[in-house]
Design a protein around this ligand. Structure first.
Ligand SMILES: Cc1cc2nc3c(=O)[nH]c(=O)nc-3n(C[C@H](O)[C@H](O)[C@H](O)COP(=O)(O)O)c2cc1C
Ligand code: SF4
Length: 426
């Protein structure tokens, strides 16, 4: 199966630090078009395109711009979420390192739409080695007058600043990210007010994922009708999938939304490693659902994955074979979430640790069926009452694993035995 490289079209073909090469490849044409449009027209183009966020929730991009557009105030901000903290996810890094100007272009178009003049890129701490590339691309974009004052003589000013995170997963959550840029401890805020009304520094703010912003550029370069020829009705465009785990070929692959999960695993990634069978797949990163091998005939678009109880999220696909134990995988997920909980709300601070203790008990062959019930109650309570997505998503791998791998839980409980993670419990 051939990749459809739209967002990755320039990867390895242009010097990412040199805006002139991006321009020679057709880059910044979308911004030039948008400079001749008013805010409402730009937002309409995105509405027709049907672009939805690629950072996790799949929220319609035009609506975020609409909120900020309609919000009172002279100062507004555009923020690019380049925190990419979801375990196993690498797609934003590929865009940032190979085609940063496409992200700047999307930010400038969003800025023109809502009349914002400053954008921030919030970069994951571990991506600090990308700072020189981004700084050079910003400099050459300014020299080409695609950023800075009076862009292309239009009278519109827009520039971008870089800010680095300090390594906390929760700072990928939009309001914690604002706190972090403001120099405070990165904890999520209570909502409302929503970012479109009161975001960064208390001003109306549009925050989008790196991949979403790169999509804005191609929509304005090629038009919404072209964009709609890719992907599915409710999830137009392409998607970057990060496939990791026990497949023969791992990496970041670009396909139109709607590719079948089974084809992605067996045709694109070459299937399972020699002598091993597929056990499970986790879609959407560590905060996604864990499904079993019989469920992989699934269309990968935002709504269809949700309808089957999972989430496409940022498009990370973790493939596990028969050398893995589901209880061990879930325990590992929970260890991550309890460690990254910021502690601001009780359901997540206490619930995450308690879930980890219970699953550890089961993995050691000391659990009971009653423990599974307690885990379900606790996970459901977190899903319903935690303050932010971190607490909500802690529940997803736990609940889906109980639903799809109940026999694995029972094996650890009844037989005190797991053929994979231990011989007789641990
Ligand atoms: C704990 C947590 C971590 C997150 N990390 C990221 C991240 O690293 N990158 C990202 O784009 N979105 C992340 N998100 C989602 C953002 O809050 C936000 O929904 C997203 O960046 C919006 O962009 P989009 O509309 O373009 O998808 C995270 C959410 C939560 C709850
Ligand atoms: S859900 Fe967790 S990470 Fe989010 S605010 Fe509550 S304690 Fe912090």
């Amino acid at each position: 199966m051939e990749e459809k490289r739209v967002l990755l079209r320039n990867r390895g073909k242009i010097d990412p630090e040199n805006a002139r090469e991006y321009i020679a490849a057709g880059g910044y044409e979308g911004l030039k078009r948008a400079l001749n449009m008013n805010g409402e027209e730009i937002i309409k183009e995105l509405e027709h395109a049907g672009l939805r966020g690629r950072g996790g929730a799949g929220f319609p991009t035009y609506r975020k711009l609409q909120f900020a557009y309609g919000a009172p105030g002279d100062v507004k901000y555009i923020v690019c979420n380049a925190d990419e903290g979801e375990p196993g996810t690498n797609k934003d890094r590929i865009l940032l390192s190979s085609d940063p100007c496409s992200i700047f272009e999307g930010m400038a178009i969003a800025g023109k739409a809502v009349n914002a003049h400053v954008g921030f890129i919030y970069l994951r701490a571990e991506y600090s080695y990308l700072v020189p590339i981004l700084e050079a691309a910003l400099k050459t974009s300014r020299e080409a007058n695609m950023l800075g004052e009076n862009i292309q003589g239009s009278g519109f000013d827009f520039d971008i600043k870089l800010r680095s995170g300090a390594g906390a997963y929760v700072c990928g959550e939009e309001t914690a990210l604002f706190e972090s840029i403001e120099g405070k401890r990165g904890e999520p805020r209570f909502r409302p007010p929503f970012p479109g009304i009161k975001g960064l520094f208390g001003k109306p703010t549009v925050l989008n994922n790196v991949e979403t912003l790169a999509n804005i550029s191609v929509i304005f370069q090629n038009g919404w009708e072209w964009f709609r020829t890719l992907g599915t009705e409710n999830s137009p465009g392409t998607k970057l999938f990060t496939v990791c785990g026990n497949v023969k070929r791992r990496g970041v692959f670009e396909f139109p939304m709607g590719i079948n999960l089974k084809d992605l695993i067996y045709e694109v990634c070459g299937g399972m490693e020699e002598g091993h069978e597929l056990l499970a797949v986790q879609t959407g990163g560590a905060s996604g659902a864990i499904i079993n091998a019989s469920q992989i005939d699934m269309t990968l678009d935002i709504d269809q994955v949700s309808n089957s109880g999972g989430r496409l999220g940022c498009g990370t696909i973790l493939v596990m074979d028969d050398r893995n134990c589901i209880i061990d995988i879930v325990r590992n997920n929970l260890d991550f979430f309890r460690g990254e909980s910021c502690g601001k709300c009780t359901p997540c601070r206490e619930g995450g640790t308690r879930l980890y203790q219970l699953i550890t008990k089961i993995s050691q062959g000391k659990g009971s069926v009653k423990d599974i019930d307690t885990i379900q109650d606790l996970a459901e309570t977190m899903r319903l009452t935690a303050l932010c997505g971190l607490g909500h998503s802690t529940a997803v791998p736990v609940l889906s694993s109980i639903q799809n791998f109940y026999s694995c839980y029972l094996r650890h409980i009844d037989k005190d035995y797991c053929p994979v993670c231990s011989e007789e419990g641990e």
